[in-house]
Structure formats: structure tokens, C-alpha cells
Design a protein around this ligand. Structure first.
Ligand SMILES: Cc1ncc(COP(=O)(O)O)c(C=O)c1O
Length: 960
């Protein structure tokens, strides 16, 4: 390789942890002479890819950033007044720099290990409190994927509340015609498979009877009009049904909130609270509801509890709600959501406080009424006189106005040939109004308008003006200066263990490097300021990335077509299953609705199948972790006539490449079924094998695992699906908004390309690694896992390896024997790892009482060794208990994690030293990470459910 070729490949060595020397040492430990020999013994020959991937060559980081800058310039950044749920916003620079662009925040994992996640838990609690306060509903969750899916979740929640599974008495759901069109699309998609009947109409004329489970109205509505839904809500309640209001958080600072109008639920997007447009996402949706729904709400809820020392501690409340536990009983499949973006919105609220938000809202409202007045003076009429930030202007013909707007680089919303929408936002300046009004001007008279700076918004009806206070909690009224804000953010960040502290070995989650060069472009204006419904000729840069990335993903999966719409792995599952369902229906096989799912599957698999209207039939596993082929054959035979397909994960969630996988896919095809592959473990496939080679017809890819999108503390993510040719016509698509034929409705997300801006990360990953690097990444993921397995084997029992004794890219360590020998549970080991500076591996999935370790290729030998040393040291601590040298109840594992407060307490009466508690190995002394609370008491918190910031008195009591 010459110097210049070397330069192009330099990112490969930045992304992959072990260097040549370490690789040799690690191979020695695994007993293999070289990497290829290890791979040959690990990946079955029958499924190996026989060619190199047809992907571009690697680019250096510098070359890539130059390239992406050039592509970005094909996007035209116009001033957007399109609205429709997406508004430009000012990201406070302190939040941009210290949250959005900070690996301390974006590389966090979902806060399952509460003791080392108190920072983001606190911030998510702020998010919930903000949503709850602004909507005046008592309980809010910690984000959903987008506004449209949040609406669908509310609809499903109402439907499930009023209907028994086999006895549907309230099938109808009313949708007001002035609901955002993308929300309607997703509602239609989600309603059909589960038997909900959507009735679309004018809420004023709706006849709601006992056959309805609920209704949705938009507030302010799609045209910007503020409607009084009070009577409508009473009418729906009188029929025993529920109402969800889709709403806008900024508007709610000025409008009577949904809770005060009697709504049962409120949903919407928190995007305009400081989250960039990004061509559609990622953004956090919110979901708030009456108390009655607290146990049936979708998504994660953060709640307040106490720790082992009775100090306040936060954790995810009602964790049994997590869908991997509920399996096919699940009513929702939400797993990855939008935590990072919820944190940004929460920080925006902390930064501005109630008065700041109200000022922004008033400014927007006053500018809107000024524009409205200016346009009315020109002789135009508005559709409604009651508005906040959006007006709809009636025109004879949009053509001349559109031409003039485009000439001024302005995007307006064109409903049809006679109606134009204009939505203002906090970035609108008074000067902008000249150009805006000028679009409607006849070019003869100069535009003139007056802004009375002391004006009050006067187009919000008096009976719908907010009188109640909100955001009174000190956290929203303290951090006004940038110094305070910066320190608040840092204080929370310090409580959380992220990838910038140490490796996070979460099996099935692939916590690999999220390289800075992959992340940096997200902040560039030409990517971040793009509206998802901007005209296509302004978004050519995005189109290029989307087209190229789709091609790369098809090549990698050996499949033929791709949809980049799903916003998470689980949403990809849902989209993929709908694709299968629609394919069967198109073939006249309406009855094919049985989905076989192995017992080891992730909980989202059966949950998605239920949402897609399918019947789940579980397939057994053998002792070695393989799918039980005999059971599979019997079930496929039994359901042959109505078989829709199978969902498999490959390599399996047990961390092995089943040699029998092709036999499995053949059996399903023989019975007329389709094979769905859960691509969560794709990091063990890229370049070595591919779903299409194994027999998959459809596969989702978690771009937030294999393709380097960070986990953001529980989202964002992207779960595109790739399919074989015959399924391509049924992929989710975005037919032009509002022009969709109801029968073909198949949007699963609000935005056409889901969280489009983070596709750049996966694009960057593939372009900088090139075809050689992505394959090397897979090989090293396997090497790292097998190296750790080899180091731990003998001291721990490793479950499920192949006939050569190898694991795939992850492996399961059995901790169940220690329960008997030392009364030690998997949880004790997980918490003790925190004292060693590590996040626990995946706990009790897919096998209870175990941990699943996935190191990824991004960790070097030094870090892998530290983690193995920690586990081996913990093994010795367990041995001390087994041998009676340490008490069974009072030991370093049971008391873990140890906080600073515990260790510096002048009283120390534990049967081990302080050093042993907090600095159990030398390396810990060099980089100590302190858990900020002791072991969290989950049960206490669930019994005393508090999911918003408590009143100040609660803190005072805690301090006393
Ligand atoms: C095997 C498997 N399938 C599906 C999912 C769901 O993916 P997501 O969280 O992106 O919805 C996960 C998530 O961890 C997983 O591990």
C-alpha cells in the first residue's frame, strides 16, 4: 500500500480497536493461527459470502468530510414557513455544544443500570415534567418516535382499553379531517391490521356513538385554526370513549391545555424545543395521559424511587412494561425511542424557563398576526381568525405567489391550488415579514407593516387563553446564565457512564465507536435546516445520500430494495411484517397470518407481529441454543395453510451461527411462508454472509447498532428494511402527502425518510471504512468476542458455542450457578461491575440469570483485558463467599455499587476494606467512575409512582 492508499484507509485503524501486534496476541489466546482461521471455524462455510462487497473504497476522515460538504451544497436552505409539525428552532449554543455534540450524552445506553444513569434520568424526568405541565395531564412518558406514531399509540391504547382481545365492541376511531396528513397516514396504517375502523370527518358534525373507542383532534389544527374542543370532548366521553389531542408545546404556553379541556391524552412533537429539523428527524414525540392510563401507556416512564441508603434515586418505572417481558401480550413494540432529543428539549426548557418560553410564543404569535394583518390588507382572506403561529390564506391561484416565494427562497405550504399555509417560528425576525408579505404583494406598492412591541397576541380566543401556571419547579427557574446552564449539563453528564468512560459490552446492542467524523456533519446547516416536506429540487443532497445508502444496504444484505422510513428496529420489524402481510394479501392469501417466532426472540418480535395483526406461534429451542427443527417442522406443517412466515435473528440471540439456518428458511418457504430476519446482530454478518444468502425475504437493520448511530441514552435509532424483489412493491412509502389512496396507506413514520439526518452517520461509516473496512469490522467483532470468551472460559460457564467451541460476535455467561453456591444473582454482578468502572452487559436476555457480552470491534486489547480482569476479580470475590471467607449477605457484591458517600463515611463496618469496595483493581485508581447513588429500590418506586419532578419540599425533606 503506498502512502496515499494508506491515507485513504486510515479510518479503519481508528475504528477497529486492536492493532496488528494485539491481534496476534489475541489470536494466540483463542488458539488460532490467524484471523481467517478463526472466522472459518466460526462462520459456517455453507452460508459464507463468496465475493467481496461491491461498495466503494475507504476514504480518510478528511476526504470524507470534504466529500460530504460538497454533497451538502446540493441541498438548498430556504426559509421555511411550511409548518405541518416541523418548525425551525434556535438550538441554544450551550446545548448544541455540550449535549448534541457531546459523546458524554450521545453515546449513553438506555438507562437500565440506573445507578450510573442518574444524569439522563434526571433530564428525562425534566422532559416528563415539562410535558405534563404544559399539557396539564398528570403522567407523561420519556418520548416516543414521532408525532404520528404517538397518535397511533394513543389510538391503540384506547382501543385496547375498551375492547377485549376476542370481542371487539368499540372498533371505531374518529379522526378530525384537520389533523396533520402524515399523522392520518400512520393512523390508517396502524388501524387496519388490528381491526380499528377509522372514521374521518369534521369534529363539529361527528356523530360519536357507543361503537367508538376514541377520537383525535389537532390543537391548533392542520390549518392553524384554534378550535374549542370542549363540547366535542364531552360528546365523546358521553359515548364512553376517549379523546387524544395532538398539540404543540409552544402553543400550550398560551392556550388552555388539553388536560383542562378534559382530554384523556395529549401527544405531539417536541422538535421545536431546540431540535434541528434534519429533514424529518430525529425528534422526540411526547405522550401524556390521565392517571387511569399509567399502566397501559406505551414507552418508557422515568420515576422517582430511593436507593439502598434511602436517598432519592431515579430509574425507569414499571420496568415490567418493557416489551421484551410482555412478548406477545404487548400492546406496543416501543423499545428504542428518542431519549437524546427528549434530553435536548428538556434542556431547552430548563434554559428558557416558563417566562422565556412564553416570550418566544408571544413573539411568534405577534409576528404571525402582523403577517396576517399585512396579507389581509392586501385584500386576501384567512380561513380562520383564531390562530397562534399558522395562518391559511385563501387565494384564487397559488401559482404567482408560489413563484414569487421561490424567487425569494421562501417555502410556503400549498394545501391545494387555492390555499396557502404560513407557519412562523422562533427564528422568524421582524425583517423576514417584508419578504413574506411581499409574496402576496402586487409588486407595485412597497410592503409596510407595524409591529407594536407591547402588543399581546389577539387571535387566541379568550376562552382558550391559558390562565394556569406551568414549569414552576426550581429546575426550570434557576439556570439562566450560560455558566449555570453549562455546569448543570456537566453535573448531570458526570453521573452517567458513557462510551467516553469505558466500553459498554451490551450483547445485542452493539455499542461500537460513534466516530466524531461521522457525527460532525449533523450540525451543518445544509443538513440540519432542511424541512422534511421541502420541494424535491431543494433536497438533492439528501436524495443522493438516501439513494447511495439504500444501495449499500441492499448490497450488504444481498437483498433488492430498501425503505429508510422506520425509526427504530422494532418499527422496522413492524414495517417488514406489513410488507409480508400485504404480499400475501395481494396473492389472495388473506388467511396467512401465523408468524412462527423462536422462544429466544427479542420481545419486540412478537409485539410487532401482534401489531401487524398476526398470530404468534412460539418455536422451541434446543439445549445448545439452536432452533428445534423438529418443533419448527411440526408447527410449519400444522399451520401450513395459514403460515405468514417466521421471524429469526441471525446469528441467534444466543450468539451462535446456526448451521441449520438454511434448512429453517427452506422449510418456511416450502410452506408458503416468508422469512423475516431481525438484523440486530448484523455486526456478525457484514461482508462474511448476508440475510439474502441465508434465505431471508426481508430484514431490518438497526443502524444504531451495526452502522454506528449512537444510542443516545435510549434513542434515536433507525431501522430501515431491505427486501427481496417480490416484496418491493409493498415497502412503506410516502405517496405524496394527502394524495394517498387509503387502501395503499403504508406510512409507518411521520417523515418520508424517518430520522433522515442520522442516516449521514451510517453513510459516513460505510464510506470511511469502505468494502474492506466493513468486513474487517465484522471479523474483529468476532475476534474480540472470542478473545474475551477464551479469557473467561474456565472461570465462568459460557453458554452456547458452536461445535468448534466458538461464539459469534457475542456470548452468554451463565451466572445461575452462583445463586446456589453463594446466593449471588446476576444483578449483584452487574452492580459490582460499576465499582470497577464498567457498565453491565445485557442482563437476563435471552436467558434469565445470565449476562450477554458483546465487545464490538472498536475496543482494543487493553480495554478488553480490563473488563475481563474485572469479571475475573469478581469471580474471585464470589469464590470467597463460596468458600465461607466472606459473608453471604454482607459482601462487596450485595452492597454494590459503592458510592463516594458510602466510602468516605467515617463509619465503615463492612467485612471488606474501603479500597476493596471502591478501588478493587489498580486501573480503577487511575480512572475512577463513581456511581452517584447506591443500589436503587425498584419496588418502592413502583408502589409509590412519581413520574414528574417532585415539589421542592420533597428535596428539602431528603436533605434533612
Ligand atoms: C434482537 C433485537 N431485536 C430487536 C430489537 C429492537 O430494536 P429497537 O430498540 O431499535 O427497536 C433489539 C433491541 O435491542 C434487539 O436486540
Amino acid at each position: 500500500m503506498n502512502l496515499f492508499e494508506k491515507q485513504s484507509c486510515e479510518f479503519i485503524t481508528r475504528h477497529i480497536g486492536p492493532d496488528e501486534h494485539q491481534t496476534r496476541q489475541m489470536l494466540k489466546t483463542t488458539g488460532e493461527p490467524d484471523l481467517d482461521s478463526l472466522i472459518n471455524k466460526t462462520v459456517p462455510a455453507a452460508i459464507r459470502m463468496q465475493h467481496e462487497l461491491d461498495l466503494p473504497k475507504a476514504m480518510s476522515e478528511h476526504q470524507y468530510l470534504q466529500h460530504l460538504k460538497e454533497v451538502s451544497l446540493q441541498n438548498k436552505v430556504y426559509k421555511n414557513y411550511i409548518g405541518q409539525g416541523y418548525y425551525d428552532t434556535i438550538i441554544p449554543s450551550v446545548i448544541l455544544r455540550t449535549v448534541f455534540e457531546n459523546p458524554g450524552w450521545y453515546t449513553q445506553y438506555t438507562p437500565y443500570q440506573a445507578e450510573i444513569s442518574q444524569g439522563r434520568l434526571e433530564s428525562l424526568l425534566n422532559f416528563q415534567t415539562m410535558v405534563s405541565d404544559l399539557t396539564a395531564l398528570p403522567i407523561a412518558n420519556a418520548s416516543l418516535l414521532d408525532e404520528a406514531t404517538a397518535a397511533a399509540e394513543a389510538m391503540t391504547m384506547f382501543f385496547n382499553t375498551l375492547n377485549k382481545q376476542d370481542h371487539i365492541t368499540h372498533p371505531k376511531f374518529f379522526v378530525d379531517k384537520e389533523t396533520f396528513p402524515q399523522t392520518k397516514d400512520v393512523l390508517y396504517t396502524r388501524a387496519k391490521p388490528v381491526g380499528i375502523e377509522i372514521v374521518e370527518g369534521d369534529y363539529k358534525k361527528a356523530n360519536i356513538d357507543l361503537t367508538y373507542c376514541g377520537a383525535i383532534v389537532q390543537y391548533p389544527n392542520d390549518k392553524g385554526s384554534i378550535e374549542d374542543y370542549h363540547d366535542f370532548i364531552n360528546k365523546v366521553h358521553a359515548a364512553g370513549a376517549f379523546v387524544v389531542m395532538a398539540t404543540d408545546l409552544l402553543a400550550l404556553t398560551l392556550l388552555t391545555p388539553p388536560g383542562e379541556l378534559g382530554a384523556d391524552c395529549a401527544i405531539g412533537s417536541a422538535q421545536r424545543f431546540g431540535v434541528p429539523l434534519g429533514f424529518g428527524g430525529p425528534h422526540a414525540a411526547f405522550f401524556a395521559a390521565k392517571d387511569d392510563f399509567k399502566r397501559s401507556m406505551p414507552g418508557r416512564i422515568i420515576g422517582v424511587s430511593v436507593d439502598a441508603n434511602n436517598n432519592r434515586a431515579l430509574r425507569m418505572a414499571l420496568q415490567t412494561r418493557e416489551q421484551h417481558i410482555k412478548r406477545e401480550k404487548a400492546t406496543s413494540n416501543i423499545c428504542t425511542a428518542q431519549a437524546l432529543l427528549a434530553n435536548m428539549a428538556a434542556m431547552y426548557t430548563v434554559f428558557h424557563g416558563p417566562d422565556g418560553l412564553k416570550n418566544i410564543a408571544k413573539r411568534v404569535a405577534i409576528l404571525t398576526q402582523t403577517v396576517a394583518g399585512g396579507i389581509e390588507e392586501l385584500g386576501f382572506e384567512l380561513l380562520s381568525n383564531n390562530y397562534f403561529d399558522t395562518i391559511t390564506v385563501k387565494v384564487d391561484d397559488i401559482t404567482p405567489i408560489k413563484e414569487k416565494a421561490l424567487r425569494q427562497q421562501i417555502n410556503l405550504r400549498y394545501f391545494d391550488n387555492k390555499h396557502i399555509g404560513i407557519s412562523l417560528d422562533e427564528t422568524t425576525l421582524a425583517e423576514d415579514l417584508y419578504d413574506l408579505i411581499n409574496c402576496f404583494e402586487n409588486d407595485k406598492n412597497p410592503v409596510a407593516f407595524d409591529i407594536h412591541h407591547d402588543d399581546e397576541p389577539d387571535h387566541i380566543p379568550g376562552n382558550l387563553s391559558r390562565t394556569s401556571s406551568f414549569l414552576t419547579h426550581p429546575v426550570f427557574n434557576t439556570h439562566r446564565s450560560e455558566s449555570q446552564m453549562m455546569r448543570y449539563i456537566k453535573m448531570l453528564e458526570n453521573k452517567d457512564l458513557s462510551l467516553n468512560t469505558s466500553m459498554i459490552t451490551l450483547g445485542s446492542c452493539t455499542m461500537k465507536l460513534n466516530a466524531a467524523s461521522e457525527m460532525i456533519p449533523l450540525s451543518w446547516t445544509h443538513w440540519s435546516k432542511m424541512h422534511p416536506f421541502a420541494p424535491a429540487d431543494q433536497t438533492k443532497g439528501y436524495q443522493q445520500i438516501i439513494d447511495e445508502l439504500s444501495d449499500y444496504l441492499c448490497e450488504i444484505t444481498a437483498l433488492d430494495a430498501c425503505s429508510l422510513q422506520p425509526n427504530s428496529g422494532a418499527q422496522g420489524e413492524y414495517a417488514g411484517l406489513l410488507t409480508i402481510r400485504d404480499y400475501h394479501e395481494a396473492n389472495g392469501d388473506h388467511h396467512r397470518n401465523v408468524m412462527l417466532i423462536p422462544i429466544s426472540a427479542h420481545g419486540t418480535n412478537p409485539a410487532s407481529a401482534v401489531m401487524a395483526g398476526m398470530k404468534v406461534v412460539v418455536v422451541k429451542a434446543l439445549e445448545n441454543g439452536y432452533i428445534d427443527i423438529e418443533d419448527l417442522k411440526a408447527k410449519a406443517e400444522q399451520h401450513s395453510n395459514d403460515l405468514a412466515g417466521i421471524m429469526i435473528t441471525y446469528p441467534s440471540t444466543y450468539g451462535v451461527y446456526e448451521e441449520t439456518v438454511k434448512e429453517i428458511t427452506d422449510i418456511i418457504h416450502k410452506h408458503g411462508g416468508q422469512v423475516y430476519m431481525d438484523g440486530a446482530n448484523m455486526n456478525a454478518q457484514v461482508g462474511l454472509t448476508a440475510p439474502g444468502l441465508i434465505g431471508a425475504d426481508v430484514c431490518h437493520l438497526n443502524l444504531h447498532k451495526t452502522f454506528a448511530i449512537p444510542h443516545g441514552g435510549g434513542g434515536p435509532g433507525m431501522g430501515p428494511i431491505c427486501v427481496k424483489k417480490h416484496l418491493a412493491p409493498y415497502l412503506p412509502g410516502h405517496v405524496e402527502r394527502g394524495k394517498r389512496n387509503k387502501a395503499q396507506a403504508m406510512a409507518v413514520s411521520a417523515a418520508p425518510y424517518g430520522s433522515a439526518s442520522i442516516l449521514l452517520i451510517s453513510y459516513g461509516y460505510i464510506r470511511m471504512l469502505g468494502y474492506v473496512g466493513v468486513k474487517d469490522a465484522t471479523k474483529y467483532a468476532i475476534l474480540n468476542a472470542n478473545y474475551m470468551r477464551a479469557r473467561l472460559q474456565g472461570q465462568f460457564e459460557i453458554l452456547y458455542t458452536n461445535h468448534n467451541g466458538q461464539c459469534a460476535h457475542e456470548f452468554i455467561v451463565d451466572l445461575r450457578p452462583f445463586k446456589k453456591s453463594a446466593e449471588i444473582e446476576a444483578e449483584d454482578v452487574a452492580k459490582r461491575l460499576m465499582d470497577y468502572g464498567f457498565h453491565a452487559p445485557t442482563m437476563s436476555f435471552p436467558v434469565p440469570g445470565t449476562i450477554m457480552i458483546e465487545p464490538t470491534e472498536s475496543e482494543d486489547k487493553g480495554e478488553l483485558d480490563r473488563f475481563c480482569d474485572a469479571l475475573l476479580s469478581i469471580r474471585q470475590e464470589i469464590r470467597d463467599i463460596e468458600e465461607g471467607k466472606m459473608d453471604k449477605k454482607n459482601n462487596a457484591l450485595k452492597n454494590a455499587p459503592h458510592t463516594q458517600a458510602m466510602v468516605i463515611n467515617s463509619e465503615w463496618n463492612k467485612p471488606y476494606s474501603r479500597e476493596q469496595a471502591a478501588f478493587p483493581m489498580y486501573y480503577v485508581t487511575q480512572n475512577k467512575f463513581w456511581p452517584s447513588v447506591a443500589r436503587v429500590n425498584n419496588t418502592y418506586g413502583d408502589r409509590n409512582l412519581i413520574c414528574t419532578c417532585e415539589p421542592t419540599e420533597a428535596y428539602m425533606e431528603a436533605e434533612a
